[in-house]
Design a protein around this ligand. Structure first.
Ligand code: ARG
Length: 461
């Protein structure tokens, strides 16, 4: 046996089986954490020197070797050796080839605290990237909402026309859901922002390590409290996957609306050719694939969340190799989310809203029935009675006795002033309490939404 083949060769009498390697090795996917792994090692070496476990020269030699390995990995010059089972092994093996001080790098450290630290660092910055991409979509919604002016469309409940609202109001509804996603991503980031370094394999160390110092070097907000928990905990990955799954659900709802709105039956939106696809057989087709995939990706994101929860369930303390299964779902969830956000942003910024079709759909007098009831309330009628009175007119109108406006104008409780509420566009302008769908309320909302985006963007830097 080539005695440099594995980190743990000392105790073993033969080579690992190929099938073990294929199943066990994580380098093919965890190599994307090489920068985090190297940053962690730099911080660890700096701490080891500060507490006197290595000399200043050894620290400098380690840091220089880590710089070299980082450059090799970033530039594609790095060649993995057969024994490089994961990114931690690969970096340490290469550092040790470069400097004999490499043999001291793993002092007071285990891959168990190391991998947790790497993944926490990776998660922290990935969640910031996702949050920035979400802000991009929010900015698109803001600009589309601003440009939409007083365009109106039916608001729906049960996908049945309910009350007309401004198009801007509808677009901003998605924008506020995304604002909660930005908040949720920040909360998940906070969960990841705890250093596990110093926990060792599971029990801490007999060496005079300084976990606070390593944490500070890496910019972690705090340090682990319990070494067993530190190496066993993947809650931060679950939190990240949850935040991404909820975001995915929100994007799926945007996607679904664009699918519906772009149908010929609705005709509320025409998708730009660059963001639509055709049919291989039916020449007339223009399909909303981006919106459909935005709808579908949520399933995959939810799958990653539930999959990891199932992996974690029942695991004994502290580390078990099962925990290696945390990375692929997280990486895929982040990649999937960034891809979806970018395509959906393009779709939203280029779509042409057919505001004429929307206004026609919003012109049904029945969708202003509530306004007529509220008009009666304004004149002292208890709401229940007003509701019944207008409901009766709706029933008579649907039965063919006349238009709702005619019946309202002729009704002695209502009359022409109330009937005028049924004019197309009239009712959409009347709801202006905080957060409502009318123009004054929406103007204030647009301002608050803009401020919210600016605050979040400033925090993300
Ligand atoms: N590749 C491993 C993982 O992702 C690193 C930790 C390995 N630790 C161990 N004791 N085998 O979890």
């Amino acid at each position: 046996m080539d005695d440099s083949a594995t980190l743990w060769h000392g105790r073993f009498g033969g080579d690992p089986a190929d099938a073990l390697r294929a199943l066990n090795d994580s380098l093919p996917f965890d190599r994307r954490m090489f920068r985090e792994d190297i940053a962690g090692s730099r911080a660890h070496a700096t701490m080891l020197a500060a507490v006197g476990l290595i000399t200043g020269e050894e620290r400098d030699a380690l840091c220089a070797a880590l710089d070299t390995v980082e450059a090799e990995m970033a530039g594609g010059a790095f060649v993995a050796a057969p024994g490089d089972e994961d990114i931690h092994t690969a970096v340490e093996r290469r550092v040790t080839e470069i400097t004999p001080a490499g043999a001291k790098l793993h002092t007071g450290r285990s891959r168990n605290d190391q991998v947790a630290a790497d993944l926490r660092l990776w998660t922290r910055s990935a969640l910031d990237d996702v949050a920035r991409a979400v802000l991009g979509v929010q900015r698109t919604l803001l600009s589309r909402a601003t440009d939409a002016g007083e365009a109106r469309l039916p608001g729906y409940t049960h996908l049945q026309q309910a009350q007309p609202v401004l198009l801007a109001h509808h677009l901003l509804a998605h924008g506020w859901a995304l604002a909660r996603d930005v908040e949720r991503l920040a909360e998940a980031r906070g969960r990841a922002d705890v250093s596990p370094l110093g926990a060792g394999a599971l029990a801490g160390s007999s060496l005079p390590l300084d976990p606070e110092r390593t944490a500070a070097e890496l910019g972690f907000a705090s340090v682990f409290e319990n070494s067993l928990d530190a190496v066993a905990d993947r809650d931060f990955v679950v939190d990240a996957l949850y935040a991404l799954a909820v975001l995915g659900v929100h994007l799926s709802r945007v996607g679904e609306e664009l699918v519906v709105w772009s149908s010929s039956e609705f005709g509320f939106v025409e998708l730009d050719d660059a963001y639509a696809t055709g049919s291989s057989m039916m020449p007339q087709k223009k399909n909303p694939d981006v919106a459909e995939l935005a709808r579908a990706k949520a399933g995959r994101l939810i799958g990653h969340l539930t999959g990891l929860l199932a992996t974690l369930k029942g695991l004994p303390l502290a580390y078990a190799k099962d925990l290696q299964e945390d990375k692929e779902p997280l990486f895929d969830a982040v990649d999937t989310t960034l891809l979806t956000l970018s395509a959906l942003d393009g779709l939203l910024s280029t779509a042409r809203f057919n505001t004429g079709r929307m206004a026609d759909a919003a012109a049904s007098p029945y969708s202003s029935a509530t306004d007529m009831a509220e008009w009666l309330v304004g004149r002292g009628t208890p709401f229940r009675e007003a509701h019944a009175a207008v409901g009766e007119l709706v029933r008579r109108s649907l039965a063919g006795e006349g238009s709702l406006a005619e019946l309202a104008a002729a009704d002695d409780r209502l009359g022409p002033e109330a009937a005028a509420l049924l004019e197309p566009g009239a009712s959409a302008t009347r709801r202006n309490t905080r957060g409502a769908g009318g123009p004054e309320a929406v103007a204030a909302q647009l301002e608050r939404f803009r401020e919210r985006i600016e605050t979040d963007a400033a925090r993300l830097g």
